[in-house]
Design a protein around this ligand. Structure first.
Ligand SMILES: [Zn+2]
Length: 264
C-alpha cells in the first residue's frame, strides 16, 4: 500500500478491548496528550456488545460522545469479537494492520488479568503486545491488508486498577491529569448504557480515588499510572527526577529563618 494512501500518522495509539476501558484507565492522559499537540488515536478491539443494557447503536454513539469529550481526533473499532476475544494469529493481524496504517511512535496497551471482570482484558493485552511485534514482520504483507512493515518504537502498559496480581514492572510513571480529570469523568459518563446513575457514582468514586492515590504519590492532585517493559531511560537525571512535584502537601517551615528548604 502506497504511503500516500495511508491515513495521517499518529503519535500515540491506545488499545483496549472495550469502548470505555481506555476512558477509565487513561482518559485523562489521552486528553492531555491532545492538549499538548500530539496526534492520538483510541483503538477499541471490540464493540463491547452484547451487554445487558447496551446495543451496537447506543454503544457506538456513546463511544463517539466519549471521544469528543476527550478531544481525541481518531477512534477506530478493530471489530474483533467481544466476550470471546482471544489472542491468536487473526486478532494479531487485525491490530497490526492498524499499526502499519497509522505508524504510531508509541502504543499504549491496557494490561492485566481481571477476575470478576471480562477475560477479554487479559487477551487484549496479549494481542496488543503481539501485534506490536507482528507489525514489523516482512514477507507477510498479504496478512496485513497489503500494508508495509512498520516497527512500533515504544510500548507502554496502562494497568487495570483491579488487576489480580500485584506486579513488579521494570518501571512505572504517573502522568499528571489534574487538568483533564473532569474531561475523563465526562467521557466515562457518556456510557449511559453501562453506567446508570447509581453505578456511575461508584465508578466516578473509584476513578477519583485511584487517580487521587496515584497522583498523590507524585505530588499531583490526580494522576494516571503507566508501566514500561524496560527501565526508564534518562538522558537527563534532573528532568526525570524533577517531573514529580514531591509531596502533595509539603510541610511549610516557619519562615523565621527567611529560608524554606525542601527537606529536613
Ligand atoms: Zn472492559
Amino acid at each position: 500500500m502506497a504511503e500516500d494512501a495511508l491515513p495521517e500518522r499518529l503519535d500515540v495509539i491506545a488499545v483496549a478491548p472495550h469502548p470505555d476501558d481506555l476512558e477509565i484507565l487513561c482518559g485523562g492522559t489521552l486528553a492531555k496528550l491532545v492538549k499538548q499537540g500530539y496526534k492520538v488515536g483510541i483503538f477499541d478491539l471490540t464493540s463491547g456488545e452484547p451487554t445487558p443494557r447496551g446495543s451496537l447503536e447506543t454503544r457506538k454513539a456513546e463511544a463517539e460522545a466519549a471521544r469528543a469529550a476527550l478531544g481525541v481526533p481518531v477512534r477506530v473499532n478493530v471489530d474483533l469479537p467481544n466476550r470471546v476475544l482471544m489472542d491468536g494469529p487473526e486478532a494479531r493481524y487485525a491490530l497490526a494492520t492498524q499499526f502499519r496504517k497509522y505508524r504510531p511512535n508509541i502504543v499504549i496497551v491496557a494490561a492485566g488479568r481481571t477476575p470478576g471482570a471480562s477475560p477479554d482484558h487479559l487477551q487484549g493485552g496479549l494481542i496488543g503486545e503481539a501485534a506490536r511485534f507482528y507489525s514489523q514482520l516482512t514477507k507477510w504483507n498479504d496478512r496485513f491488508a497489503g500494508t508495509e512493515p512498520y516497527r512500533v518504537p515504544h510500548l507502554v502498559y496502562v494497568p487495570f486498577p483491579f488487576e489480580a496480581e500485584q506486579r513488579s514492572w521494570h518501571s512505572q510513571f504517573v502522568v499528571d491529569i489534574s487538568d483533564t480529570i473532569d474531561q475523563k469523568v465526562a467521557a466515562v459518563r457518556a456510557y449511559g448504557s453501562q453506567f446508570d446513575p447509581a453505578r456511575f457514582a461508584r465508578v466516578e468514586h473509584m476513578i477519583r480515588s485511584t487517580n487521587g492515590f496515584h497522583g498523590a504519590r507524585c505530588g499531583y492532585l490526580y494522576g494516571e499510572l503507566f508501566a514500561l517493559p524496560t527501565p526508564v531511560g534518562a538522558p537527563d537525571l534532573v528532568q526525570v527526577v524533577c517531573g514529580s512535584k514531591g509531596a502533595l502537601a509539603p510541610v511549610v517551615l516557619p519562615a523565621a529563618s527567611g529560608v524554606v528548604s525542601g527537606n529536613g
